[in-house]
Design a protein around this ligand. Structure first.
Ligand code: ADP
Ligand code: MG
Length: 230
């Protein structure tokens, strides 16, 4: 569960910016949520609260049962393992194969080799990349690289996946496939929060939409997807 209660974020630099203003959000386990809003609306600031990169100026933030204000610094690495992050620019390790990029995150958390040998093929299959396991990221298309990043984020079964504009660097026609993969991961019970400014995608898939405008919530409700319309 993700919950923000009366959250303000004020940045002191640049003359002072109110990036978020009295924001209240509750996201239950297993939801798929699009967060939309124009540039500067506060989307990335919202995600930074959820990963504890940023503390709220006022208000409270809860993620996966942790109160972000009370979470001790030494517990942050353990907390972050309960979240899978996906970025616009993929952030893969170029000199490791697709398989190794995914296996790597499991090795650093001391998963057994037996578990890794089962889990990596499973997640690569889920994102449709079984046949590219031995390729290196620079040999892949942008869409394929983002699928590897999704496989990596999901490898440790994090419970919550946060994607900040994951389709921002991709051709629009590839974006749909990326969201489909995130939807498949959501079907396994994983909560997915995806930030995007691509209105066509949001309209196509529908579901719960949280729209930020100048640091406040302008809309938080469900819309029907275009793929379900008659
Ligand atoms: P979005 O991701 O929706 O484009 P951001 O959360 O990045 O929006 O930014 C929200 C507002 O906060 C903007 O006005 C931005 O300029 C400001 N802001 C973001 N990060 C900082 C920072 N580190 N210091 C000062 N102002 C910031
Ligand atoms: Mg942003």
């Amino acid at each position: 569960m993700v919950e923000l209660k009366n959250v303000d974020v004020h940045y002191k630099d640049g003359g002072g910016v109110d990036a978020l203003n009295d924001v209240n959000i509750r996201i239950e386990d297993g939801e798929f949520v699009f967060v939309v809003g124009s540039s500067g609306a506060g989307k990335s600031t919202l995600l930074k609260l959820l990963t504890r990169e940023k503390h709220p100026t006022n208000g409270r933030v809860f993620v996966n049962g942790y109160n972000m204000s009370k979470l001790k610094g030494r517990k942050v690495p353990m907390f972050r393992r309960s979240i899978g992050m996906i970025f616009q620019d993929f952030r893969l390790i170029p000199h490791l194969t697709v398989y190794e990029n995914v296996a790597f995150v499991l090795r650093v958390t001391d998963k057994s080799s037996r578990f890794i040998r089962q889990r990596v093929p499973y997640v690569l299959n889920l994102v449709g990349l079984s046949s590219r396991a031995k390729a290196y990221p620079p040999q892949l298309s942008g869409g394929e690289q983002q699928r590897v990043a999704i496989a990596r984020a999901f490898a440790s079964d994090p419970g919550l996946i946060i994607a900040d504009e994951p389709t921002g660097n991709l051709d629009p026609e590839l974006s749909y496939g990326i969201v489909e993969v995130l939807k498949d991961i959501n079907k396994t019970g994983t909560t997915v929060i995806m930030v995007t400014h691509e209105h066509d995608i949001v309209k196509y898939f529908g579901g719960r939409i949280i729209s930020l405008k100048d640091g406040t919530i302008a809309f938080d409700d469900y819309i029907g997807g275009g793929d379900e319309m008659e």
